[in-house]
Unconditional design. Structure first.
Length: 585
């Protein structure tokens, strides 16, 4: 490892007891400037520069993270600017104070971070930011850059309000540049005048006592935070339902059209996350369930809730395997939760991620979803954990096929889709003998009930056929809208969709995959048009593959299509073999 990479990896915990002066090393103006439009030094009055910095950071969308004041026996983790301004875009009061100090330093202002302890035992302390409006500090600049006690003149030089009476120092509550995420937090989303008044009040209220003040001296050699990757390795749990233009897109787990219905498994998984954070082992949870059981929605809800608690939490992008993206996971300071969906088909990626997170100085949680436990995939993963001597805690959960409150889920979906006032409620149809509704089926039935187009299906196959009928209409309409031509073969898009579902190519390889469709093999322009249409309709997220989702619907469409066109399977397998053989040469 080079000297530069060694230095880049060092962003240690900070201890107010053993190395208080090192707090200045986390104030990195250049890193703040990379991710926020902070003005540089100017001749503008100090107060105007303070106001501009405050407004810019308040608009950055930073969430307030609730985290214990001490992250471990070695001190407190401080998140670098990219983690506050890009991902996971949240921070504690100390993180916010250090970020704000870096922004003030960049604009040429003298600044310091003040650490306060709560007087009442068991209550958390707080961090404030001091700004010198005169260019000097009351009592002068200590040689060490540290005030173990407040200078005698300090409190008298702090303005009580933004509009005066004028003094030489402003003290700000940094929580004001953040917004509450999940639980409320005091002092968040405040304008500058509120932050000034709150900061001065904290100093004089008697609720806190001074612990240490550290001046952000520009001559201090700072730590170098890990560089931000071009593509973030994790994607957010949920997407905006307003961007879904068809039933299959709208009803996918990531659009959360149906409010999450409570499950005991979520409580257990949340506890696993919190317990992992307090220990030294990676938490690994395996969530098993057949297609449509609700395992992806359960995992996404966990991701969303932990993100609102200040974690860097998200689903691993399918193609996020470049070294810089993975290093971001290894070097991050926020608590980490990685969801690997379809882990039974991604054993190699899972092992790679586990080998990354074991290098973290804070333990992480990895959630794996899979259709079944059988096969070698889980053995490969557990063998790798043992071979790598990876300290871990492995938990396994098997979801039942259907939700514990099926009628509630059906009606909640119906209500979410059909917002018209109504005195009657639809009835959940009983499935034919020998079949059961999965969690996904209940959501699909709720959507169909809201559409009000006749009796509801009573078998999963009939249900998926009805959903796909709407979907095929959407595919054809999109094709004709994009190309301004009608399709010559009415079933061409359905066959192409089955091909993509079988081969699951990346979007930029979709047209190549469609050479397996006989009627598209020698027609490049039409093939590109069909590929573009289905990419638009299937809407894979950044770094994801192209296929019909949710899986049970995609599987049903694939099997139905192959029963009509058995030659498609042979052509797809031949294409996949040729591509694999070529790439190995």
């Amino acid at each position: 490892m080079s000297a530069s990479s060694e230095r880049r990896a060092v962003w240690p915990q900070w201890s107010a007891d053993t190395a208080p002066a090192d707090l200045a090393r986390y104030v990195v103006p250049d890193a703040v400037r990379l991710h926020a439009q902070i003005p540089g030094p100017s001749a503008a009055p100090s107060l105007r520069r303070v106001q501009e910095v405050w407004d810019r950071l308040r608009q950055a969308g930073i969430g307030y993270a609730h985290e214990p004041p001490d992250s471990g026996p070695d001190g407190q983790w401080i998140r670098p600017p990219a983690e506050l301004l890009v991902a996971p875009r949240n921070g504690t009061c100390l993180d916010l104070a250090v970020l704000l100090a870096g922004a003030f330093r960049h604009t040429g202002l003298h600044t310091a971070v003040l650490i306060l302890d709560a007087i009442e035992p068991g209550r958390p302390g707080h961090a404030l930011v001091a700004v010198s409006l005169s260019g000097s500090w009351p009592g002068g600049h200590p040689d060490s850059g540290v005030w173990p006690e407040p200078p005698l003149e300090f409190l008298g030089e702090v303005q009580t309000r933004l509009d005066g009476p004028p003094r030489s120092v402003l003290v700000l509550d940094p929580n004001g540049i953040s917004h509450p995420v999940g639980a409320d937090a005091p002092g968040t989303d405040a304008d500058l005048s509120e932050a000034v008044a709150t900061g001065r009040a904290h100093l004089a209220s008697g609720v806190y006592r001074w612990r240490v003040g550290v001046i952000a001296d520009p001559a201090t050699e700072t730590y170098t935070p890990a560089p931000l990757p071009a593509v973030l390795p994790l994607r957010d749990a949920y997407r905006d339902p307003g961007t879904a233009e068809s039933a299959l897109r709208l009803l996918r787990a990531e659009y959360q059209v149906t409010p999450f219905q409570s499950r005991d498994e979520l409580t257990v998984l949340s506890a696993l996350c919190e317990e992992t954070l307090l220990g030294r082992r990676t938490g690994v949870a395996v969530v098993i369930g057949r297609g449509g059981a609700g395992k992806t929605r359960l995992a996404l809800e966990l991701v969303d809730r932990m993100a609102r608690r200040g974690w860097y939490a998200g689903a691993l992008r399918e193609q996020a395997r470049d070294s810089r993206s993975l290093e971001w996971l290894a070097e991050g300071t926020a608590p980490l939760l990685v969801l690997i969906d379809y882990a039974d088909a991604r054993a190699a990626s899972t092992i790679e991620i586990l080998r990354v997170v074991v290098r973290r100085r804070r333990p992480a949680v990895v959630i794996l979803t899979a259709r079944e436990r059988e096969g070698e995939w889980l053995t490969r993963i557990t063998d790798a954990l043992e071979t790598d001597s990876h300290p871990h805690r492995l938990e396994s959960f098997e979801l039942p096929d259907t939700h514990p409150r099926p009628n509630d889920l059906f009606l909640r979906t119906y209500a979410a889709i059909d917002r018209r006032p109504s005195t009657s409620r639809p009835q959940l149809p009983a499935p034919d003998k020998g079949t059961r509704w999965t969690t996904l089926d209940l959501v699909l039935l709720g959507w169909l009930a809201a559409r009000g187009n006749g009796p509801l299906p009573v078998t999963p196959a009939a249900l998926y056929d009805e959903i796909l009928r709407h979907e095929r209409r959407y595919w054809n309409t999109t094709f004709e809208s994009n190309t301004r031509t009608e399709l010559r073969y009415t079933d061409l898009l359905a066959e192409a969709a089955a091909c993509l579902t079988l081969l699951t190519p990346a979007p930029h390889r979709a047209a190549r995959a469609l050479t397996a469709v006989g009627r598209l093999a020698d027609t490049e322009e039409l093939r590109e048009q069909v590929a573009s249409t289905l990419i638009t309709c299937m809407d894979p997220g950044p770094g994801e593959y192209v296929a019909i989702r949710p899986d049970p619907v995609g599987d049903h469409h694939l099997l139905t299509t192959l029963s009509r066109r058995p030659d498609l399977l042979e052509r797809c397998l031949s294409l996949a073999f040729n591509i694999a053989g070529h790439s190995s040469c």
